[in-house]
Ligand binder design. Structure first.
Ligand code: F6R
Length: 609
């Protein structure tokens, strides 16, 4: 996730900004930049890679005395990681500088408009519209210019803005992207995250959405974007740094599980065209014709990404009516796959660096397939080597066990289903129903997270068991696999996921009173069959944990424990069902004393075959 630090005070801004950026490093970033206002104008320094690289920039060293500046760590979304795309961005004069977190949804329209007015853009980012827009309204009052500009902006932002001609003003604003103002003794530190502030002060003001703050050397004032003054209470930050980095969560994995309502919303933000009932996927637009005519799609990936590919198979075949095969990337590469005309290979990867998946992409490309990437890390190798793709926009995932990237992968597959389905056989009203259901998912996930305490109790009951089974049918079969993978990788307990019907072909021999069996038992087409499977387990003494539909009274008399999820229909159910299984695995691992964020023998990005 991008990070912002800004300073106005009596001390040298440069070391404070650099130290602030270092405090934000844990959030993940791919480039960084600083703008400092000095007597001779604005000094700008940007670098790709570590903050250390930025410190070496001559431009930064040449402006030693400035006491006003803004800085940014970037996690690429629009446009890959490069010096041009790194923040701060400036207007044409180079005097007005902006750092931005969030996504400007109407950036294409704004860009077009500004270009018609003669603005020349220097980056591929959505953020660069901001300095040009503010410069257009600038008449000496920076806050007023920002306010005017923001009225034209749709999307999310946390911004900090300075102008070379205004040595005493720092303007910041937020809408859907956090921003905190630290109030020190004769100085202000603004940041997207308290960790960059508390080395200087623990007194802070939290900005609200659509609120703008003007900081001067004499004090600060806040108002809404519409210029209605607001009054703010100064609060004390009570967390220590370690807690802040994890936002108070004990582990990154837990934080990332809890971030899913936001990450899912970010994945869909600006990508739904409700009029046409389809998805707007800029990265695929140039290949729309080839995709519409595709005869076969091969989805590939590893581990959790392979599980999302399995869900993609159900979605594409069921709703977009395209034949799909799912392949482990490692197997695809070595089995001499047949790629015919009209074959599209879609590689799914959080990191975009997984060696097996990359090798599969190269193999597919060499054989003439159109290759697409569904990737989280912008500018990663898979993103670069595929013909086109769709980014997850889930923000950095730091815990080794993939959680929010998985749900965003499934969400992107849904968007692609709409994109392809509407160009093929999907009726308008059907797509509208899907879109309406999709937009409810973030809130439904938020509600589900409230069952965390109940799930923790279930974990406590079974934490010492060494073997678990996870069973599901249809769309829920990949969730059974994912639930089992989460448990085994972070708690070192043996767990197996299976299509529920397969149990009677062998694994049923394992069932004893010691064996917890997690059933994905939502009401739906295969409900009766799942109930029979539950009985088969119960009659052998196995313990049943059921993920079941809210309002299903019957299940209570068949299962030892029930986790209730809303009924969202077969195809959407995976997005909700996986959340309690992530929490279950998390709690078991914590109770067993495992290193949840860094499980033994595992790395976040597997770059060896
Ligand atoms: C499991 C997990 C791994 C990854 C796999 C692929 O929680 O994280 O199974 O899903 O290593 O990684 P990416 O998605 O980066 O290609």
């Amino acid at each position: 996730m991008c990070g912002i630090v800004a300073y106005l005070g009596q001390r040298r801004a440069q070391p404070i900004l650099i130290e602030g950026l270092k405090r934000l490093e844990y959030r993940g970033y791919d480039s960084a930049g600083v703008a400092i206002r000095c007597a001779d104008g604005m000094h700008l320094a940007k670098a790709v890679g570590r903050i250390m690289m930025l410190e070496n920039e001559a431009a930064l060293r040449s402006c030693d005395a400035g006491t006003l500046g803004i800085a940014h760590t970037r996690w690429a979304t629009h446009g890959g990681p490069s010096v041009e795309n790194a923040h701060p961005h400036t207007d044409a004069s180079g005097k007005l500088a902006v750092v931005h977190n969030g996504i400007i949804e109407n950036h294409s329209a704004l860009r077009k408009l500004l270009e018609q007015e003669g603005v020349v853009f220097r980056s591929e980012t959505d953020s660069e519209v901001l300095p040009h827009l503010f410069a257009k309204y600038y008449r000496g009052d920076l806050a007023e210019a920002v306010r005017q500009g923001l009225k034209e902006v749709r999307g999310t932002y946390g911004i900090a803005v300075i102008h070379a001609d205004n040595p005493d003003a720092l303007v910041a604003a937020r809408n859907g992207s956090p921003l905190i103002v630290g109030i020190g003794d004769g100085e202000f530190v603004v940041a997207s995250d308290a960790s960059a502030i508390i080395a200087h002060t623990t007194r802070v003001v939290y900005l609200e959405d659509r609120e703008i703050v003007t900081l001067t050397r004499d004090g600060f004032s806040t108002s809404t974007i519409d210029a209605v003054p607001t009054s703010k209470e100064i609060q004390e930050v009570e967390w220590d740094l370690e807690q802040i980095e994890k936002k108070g969560y004990a582990h990154f994995m837990l934080k990332e599980i809890y971030e899913q309502p936001e990450s899912l919303a970010d994945t869909t933000r600006g990508r739904i065209d409700i009029e046409e009932a389809t998805a707007v996927l800029g990265g695929l637009r140039a290949f729309a014709k080839e995709l519409t005519r595709a005869k076969r799609i091969i989805l590939t990936g590893c581990g959790t990404a392979w599980h999302s590919a399995l869900i993609g198979e159900y979605l594409f075949e069921d709703l977009a009516r395209i034949p799909v095969e799912v392949e482990y990337a490692s197997e695809f590469r070595y089995r001499n796959p047949i790629i015919e005309d009209g074959t599209v290979v879609v590689a799914i990867s959080q990191s975009g660096e997984t060696a097996d998946t990359l090798a599969a992409v190269r193999e597919a490309r060499n054989k003439g397939a159109l290759t697409l990437g569904i990737v989280n890390v912008v500018g990663s190798t898979i993103a670069r080597e595929t013909d086109a793709g769709v980014y997850l926009h889930a923000g950095p995932e730091i815990g080794v066990a993939s959680t929010k990237a998985f749900t965003s992968q499934v969400m992107v597959l849904f968007l692609m289903t709409l994109f392809l389905g509407r160009r093929r056989h999907m009726a308008h009203h059907h797509a509208v129903n899907i879109i309406q259901a999709l937009t409810r998912v973030p809130d439904q996930v938020r509600d589900l997270l409230k069952q965390d305490g109940h799930i923790e109790e279930i974990a406590r009951t079974y934490k010492d068991r060494e073997n678990w089974l996870y069973l599901g049918r249809g769309y829920n079969f990949p969730i059974a696999l994912e639930g089992a993978l989460k448990l085994k990788e972070i708690s070192y307990v043996h767990a197996e996921g299976l299509p529920a019907a397969e149990m009677k072909h062998g694994p049923i021999a394992l069932i004893t009173p010691d064996m917890p069996v997690v059933f994905l038992a939502n009401r739906g087409l295969q409900y009766d069959k799942i109930m029979s499977n539950i009985e088969e387990v119960r009659s052998r003494g196995g313990r049943v944990i059921a993920v079941a539909t809210e309002g299903d009274e019957e299940i209570g008399s068949h299962a030892d424990h029930v986790i209730r999820v809303p009924d969202v229909g077969e195809s959407l159910q995976p997005l909700l069902n996986v959340v309690p299984l992530q929490l279950l695995a998390y709690h078991v691992a914590v109770m067993r004393g495992c290193a949840v964020d860094k499980p033994r023998n595992l790395a976040k990005s597997v770059t060896v075959e």
